[in-house]
Design a protein around this ligand. Structure first.
Ligand code: 9MR
Length: 463
């Protein structure tokens, strides 16, 4: 059943009428839509957002607005129940020139979230970084600076009133030793800028949850103690504070042992806790052993959140390694997110699913190579399928992809692989020229098959 090497596309001999007939076939349409871009590991699992919802949790990701199409958009829209604009809502993004606003990317993300039934986490209103240069280079009295900050918070929070579920109102106010960070705000306004910012945000949207967010506060320590004491004192003064964000930019194998205890102590103060920017960086190259450790780290963080009822959820800081800040900032490090650069789910993806009560159905990776099955197109009695084998942190010198067709589908032709079918069992081995899948690379093969009635997506196993 092997044909000569082709571009991987089926001969396009079908008429528009037969394509439309296929679209009219409800069951097939649903399958085709579901599998349009989703890797095989998704096919058998409930989306992460459903698993999280069943645990009463939110699962979010930071996103870049310009990328919310194609596979990136499909995964962002189907797997996550919350989006955080990675940069689009920062002061420097929304008001690059004083009095001139650019809301386009922020608006786009908010609209995407609404269309996909997702929450938005607003990020961030008061920070020492990514402020516009007109603000940081200006000369202001304390009163002027306070007014600028009030106007900024009021303008942005009002704009998204009712559309942003939670705001990271104040970001990164502390030094590592628990003293206040010296920055534009603290140096000119003193520590009261925090209470004022929260109060202004509450006035602009009384229903949004208001957070203070910081990094290196995941475990119990000097910095998280300072945050704890601040929240306690804000609560005692009646300042509107609803939650604490633990960013969780973690290093491989270094999930703090006191994470759950720390989440619990904040919860006991009467505030929600969210893990807001989770990633787990490793020194490159990623190996199978490192990816396994990373999966354990992701699982530990999600499990800690699941264990504390006031932990609202976990947001990952980018879901794909192609959209992560790590390589730009930590030279030689990367591979920090749950999907690789080609959108193949890494072991961390399955670990998240397991921590959220799913799992057991995720395609087990061979090393760190995974197979994704996709219905490329379908017509009234046939379809074209494609399987992509992607490797990250591992490589293959030969491969065999197997699956079971449970609804009578039969392979009629294949390209870029030698496929055989015996009863319901399909087995496709590499052709002579494409057995090698390098680390970071992928190989695709295609096939035509017949179907009738329904065309459920199989789970592909790599051997
Ligand atoms: O992911 C953001 C990246 O694209 C920016 O270049 C960077 C600039 O500082 O900010 C990143 O996001 C940060 C977040 O807003 C606050 N916590 C730390 C994050 C990583 O730097």
């Amino acid at each position: 059943m092997t044909s000569p090497r082709t571009t991987g596309r089926t001969p396009a001999t079908r008429s528009l009428a037969t394509r439309l007939a296929a679209l009219a076939t409800g069951a097939l349409t649903a399958v085709a839509l579901f599998t349009a871009a989703a890797p095989a590991a998704h096919a058998a699992d409930a989306p992460l957002r459903d698993l999280a919802a069943a645990k009463g949790k939110v699962i979010g990701t930071a996103v870049t607005g310009s990328r919310l199409t194609g596979t990136y958009g499909d995964i962002a829209g189907t797997q996550f129940s919350s989006l955080t604009p990675g940069n689009a809502m920062k002061w420097g993004s929304v008001e690059p020139t004083q009095g001139t606003f650019n809301w386009s990317e922020a608006d786009q993300i908010v609209a995407f979230a609404r269309a996909h039934g997702q929450q938005v986490r607003g990020h961030t209103l008061v920070w020492h970084s990514q402020n516009p240069s007109w603000l940081t280079n200006g000369t202001w009295t304390a009163a002027q600076l306070s007014t600028l900050l009030q106007n900024h918070i009021t303008t942005e929070v009002s704009r998204y009133r009712g559309q942003v579920a939670s705001w990271d109102v104040v970001n990164e106010p502390f030094n590592e030793d628990g003293t206040y960070r010296s920055d534009l705000w603290y140096d000119n306004l003193g520590p009261s800028y925090i209470a004022q910012a929260l109060t202004w945000a509450r006035a602009a949207d009384p229903d949004a949850k208001l957070y203070i967010n910081d990094y290196n506060v995941e475990g119990v320590g000097a910095k998280s103690d300072a945050l704890y004491n601040l929240v306690k004192s804000l609560k005692a003064q009646g300042v509107p504070i609803d939650g604490v964000g633990l960013q969780a930019h973690l290093i491989l194998g270094q999930v703090p042992a006191t994470l759950q205890q720390n989440i619990q102590r904040f919860a006991d103060l009467g505030v929600d806790v969210s893990v807001t920017e989770l990633d787990v960086r490793m020194q490159l190259p990623a190996t199978a052993a490192k990816l396994t450790q990373q999966a354990a780290d992701y699982k530990a963080v999600f499990a800690a959140c699941v264990a504390v009822s006031r932990c609202a959820g976990v947001t990952v800081w980018g879901f794909t390694d192609s959209d992560s800040w790590i390589p730009d900032v930590f030279s030689g490090y990367g591979a920090a997110t749950p999907y690789d650069e080609n959108y193949a789910p890494k072991p961390a993806y399955g670990a998240i699913a397991e921590a959220l009560g799913g799992g057991g159905t995720t395609t087990p990776p061979t090393g760190a190579c995974t197979a994704s099955y996709e219905v490329v197109s379908a017509w009234n009695n046939g379809f074209t399928g494609q399987v992509r084998i992607s490797c990250s942190g591992a490589a293959l010198s030969s491969w065999k992809a197997t699956w079971t067709y449970g609804a009578g589908q039969r392979i009629t032709q294949a390209w870029n692989a030698a496929c055989t079918q015996s009863g319901t069992a399909v087995s496709c081995a590499n052709a002579g020229y494409n057995g090698t899948v390098p680390d970071g690379g992928s190989v695709t093969f295609g096939f035509n098959a017949s179907w009738s009635g329904s065309n459920p997506v199989p789970v592909v196993t790599l051997g």
